[in-house]
Every structure is written in structure tokens, then in C-alpha cells.
Design a protein around this ligand. Sequence first.
Ligand SMILES: NC(=O)c1ccc[n+]([C@@H]2O[C@H](COP(=O)([O-])OP(=O)(O)OC[C@H]3O[C@@H](n4cnc5c(N)ncnc54)[C@H](O)[C@@H]3O)[C@@H](O)[C@H]2O)c1
Length: 333
Amino acid sequence: MRVFVTGTAGFIGFHLARLLLAEGHAVAGFDGMTDYYDVRLKERRHAMLRQNQGFSAAEAMLEDAAALSAAVEAFAPDVIVHLAAQAGVRYSLENPRAYIDANVVGTFNVMEAARAAGVRHLLMASTSSVYGANEAMPFDERQKADTQLTIYAATKKANEAMGHAWAHIHALPVTMFRFFTVYGPWGRPDMALFKFTKGILEGTPIDIYNHGEMWRDFTYVDDLVRGIRGLIDAVPGGPETAVEGDSLSPAAPFRVVNIGNSDKVRLLDFIEAIEQETGCRAIRNMMPMQTGDVPATWADATLLRNLTGHSPRTPFREGVRRFIAWYRDYYDI
Ligand SMILES: NC(=O)c1ccc[n+]([C@@H]2O[C@H](COP(=O)([O-])OP(=O)(O)OC[C@H]3O[C@@H](n4cnc5c(N)ncnc54)[C@H](O)[C@@H]3O)[C@@H](O)[C@H]2O)c1
């Protein structure tokens, strides 16, 4: 397969590209190398991917429609997986406009390039944050999700709606993933595991929101990218699909799929696992709930299993162990 992946210098895009290259597919990456977090980490990830001859990459912004279309056209992909985005729930309180530009305008440019290239399947990242203030758990794709609490979540919900419209108008098969708190080696410095590990190893206080009364469905990155890989072949509207519990739209070749571990972990237990693995104690700075944050996420991952036969299952202690081994190696600690 020829797979065009946006966000390949990012955490998830890097891991997905590695998996696809290991299977022998050709991968074209596209990433704007934004400075939302340490660009050196992004450069290291791209440098590792470039060691494989099946990989090439363009470094440009999604908002640059001409650069994006040219890269897609030149590669002539079978499939596009769109992962580049302005991510992060908390930063969307500070700089909401960055999300409109990257996620709304940028995603439209990806959809337009996918249509022009006539790809057989367009897959795009959404988030568990679209469940917003929903309280019924675990979160199921067929639940209404109309109460987003941040501009980040709102842009991702907009992407789902845009994807549905494009699938309907152009008969272009579209799958939207809702990812649940992804973690693992080469992870994002703005996310909890990275920040906690850094603070705990450096002996500086770590901020724990809602006094630790938080639950997250932590999903190990290898499990996540295997889920994405399986979904590439599960083309909505294809002959083999429409399974039990399906979210397939009646109006378009379009579906939304949760990719989560289906197990919610208490934040304080997660922190204890980091303490155990590092052998250091955390200095806990208990904080109130942050605006826009939710106390819990928990995925119903039945649809992913029914479509791909795959269920994320790495226990969080094992995932934390692997992350800390990578962190020590990367920072030479
Ligand atoms: N990591 C998670 O827990 C999580 C959870 C839910 C959803 N997601 C979604 O998954 C996708 C990948 O997330 P990630 O964790 O790998 O994030 P990441 O920030 O590590 O990767 C995103 C990449 O996109 C690039 N990018 C950002 N804005 C761009 C723009 N305007 N033009 C071109 N490139 C741009 C960045 O340089 C970065 O390398 C995102 O769409 C994110 O919203 C992630």
C-alpha cells in the first residue's frame, strides 16, 4: 500500500509510520514541525523514519493547501491517515485560534486533497474529548456527543461532521478515530506521563488536578497503532463491514470508532506506578479541577474489536515501565 500520513514527526504518526514501514508499505509523511513542544523530539522521530527507504516526508503546514495538494498528488496514495493537528486540551484555553487554523482549515485541506487524489479510504483523528460532558460510561460511538467543553474538542467534533459531509457528497469512505489518552515511548512532553516522570526524576512538584480524583482510559501507543492499522482495511461501506454495534452512517460511507484500552485507571494509581518504576517519590501539588477538563474517560472498544479482531490490552504498569525505560535512555539518565 501507499499510505500518506500527516503528523509523522508527532508521537502517534511516528509510531504508525514505523508499523507500516515494518510491514513493507510505502509511507509519505507530512508535518509542519510546529514548536508547540520541543522540536528536537520531532526531528529525532523524522530522522529515525528517514532511515527506512520506504519513507519520504514533506515539512509544511496543513494550512498551505498548495503544498499539501502537491505532496499528495506527487505520492499518489491509496490511503490517507490524517493525524497532524494542534493537540492538547489545556493549551486550547490559551490559544484557541491555533486549533481553528490547524484543525478546521488544515483538515479541510486534507479532505480536499484526498478527494482530488481519489483515495480508497481517508482516516482522521478525533478524540475522546468529543464526549465532553457525557456521563454514561463506557463511552459508546452511538451515543450523542454534543456537549464539547473546549475549543480543541469542538474542532475535532467539527472534523467528524466535515468528514461525514465529504463522505456523503463524494462517496469517499471516511473513518474517524476517537483516541483515548495515548501514552508510551517517544510520547508528548505536554502530557501527564511525560510531565510526571520529569518532575518525579528531577524532584520538582507535579500538579495533580481535581485532587487526583481523575480516571483515564490510558491506551498504550503500540496497541493504538495496531488498531489504526486494522481500521485501514475496514473500509466503511465495503462488503465485509457493518458489524454488530456499528456506528456506520445510514447516509454515507462513514463511521466513528473508539480506540481505547477499555479500562479506566485512577490517576493516583498511575502516579504510584511511575514512583515504583523510577524508585523516586513524587512531590504532589494537589490542584482543583481545570476548566474544560473532565473527571473520567472510559472507552467501549467493542466496535474496534468487531471490525479488526484487535483489542488494546497492555496493562498500564507495563506501559509505564516501557515509557520510563525510553525516557531514561533518551535523556541519558
Ligand atoms: N496523544 C493523545 O493522547 C491523543 C488523544 C486524542 C486524540 N489525539 C489526536 O491524535 C493526533 C496525533 O496526536 P499526537 O499525540 O501524535 O500529537 P503530536 O502533537 O505529537 O503530533 C501532531 C503533529 O502534527 C504536527 N502539526 C501540528 N499542527 C500542524 C499544522 N498546522 N500543519 C502541519 N503539521 C502540524 C506537529 O508538528 C506534530 O508533529 C492529533 O490529531 C490529536 O489531536 C491524540
